[in-house]
Design a protein around this ligand. Structure first.
Ligand code: CUA
Length: 158
């Protein structure tokens, strides 16, 4: 069967694009630890302040040395606004929103999730490098969006 030269070029280019897209996913998933959100948990957005899951905001210790960070995002702040976690341990974040869609991004790490009213956003990660990290809201949420930030302090093991 004869395939015209131009047709072969286009077939090759189409195949290369597919290969590049798949490689992008592989690099993100394997190299950078990026994961799709997989935790589906709903919450009544009008009752988050009385919901027992969010009655206590802050950092609690897990069995095994890790911690869980429970918080609420609202215009235009994170509660808690300063988060201290241990380095090298599993840190689970659990957030919900009191008003509109917000983002929770820990700059320079793979910690990044949307926080949508009516849902609980949860992810677990490990911070190997002790230090101070900036937390920003990366979903436009109103006039104070640019000022919505917090701080993550990763403490080295004593
Ligand atoms: Cu919250 Cu932008």
């Amino acid at each position: 069967m004869h395939v015209h030269l131009y047709e072969r070029i286009w077939m090759g280019a189409s195949g290369a694009i597919v290969a590049i897209f798949l490689a992008t996913i592989a690099v993100g998933a394997l190299g950078q630890g990026l994961r799709p959100p997989s935790h589906v948990e709903t919450i009544d957005p009008k009752a988050i302040w009385t919901d027992p899951r969010f009655a206590e905001r802050g950092i609690t210790a897990d069995p095994g040395g890790g911690v869980t960070v429970t918080g609420i995002l609202m215009m235009f702040t994170f509660q808690p606004n300063e988060i201290r976690v241990p380095a090298g341990k599993r840190v689970t974040f659990r957030f919900t929103s009191a008003d509109v869609v917000h983002g929770f991004q820990i700059v320079g790490t793979n910690g990044n999730t949307m926080v949508v009213p009516g849902y609980v956003s949860q992810f677990t990660t490990v911070f190997e490098q002790p230090g101070e990290y900036l937390i920003v809201c990366n979903e436009y949420c109103g006039l104070g969006h640019h000022a919505m930030m917090g701080k993550l302090i990763v403490e080295a093991a004593p």
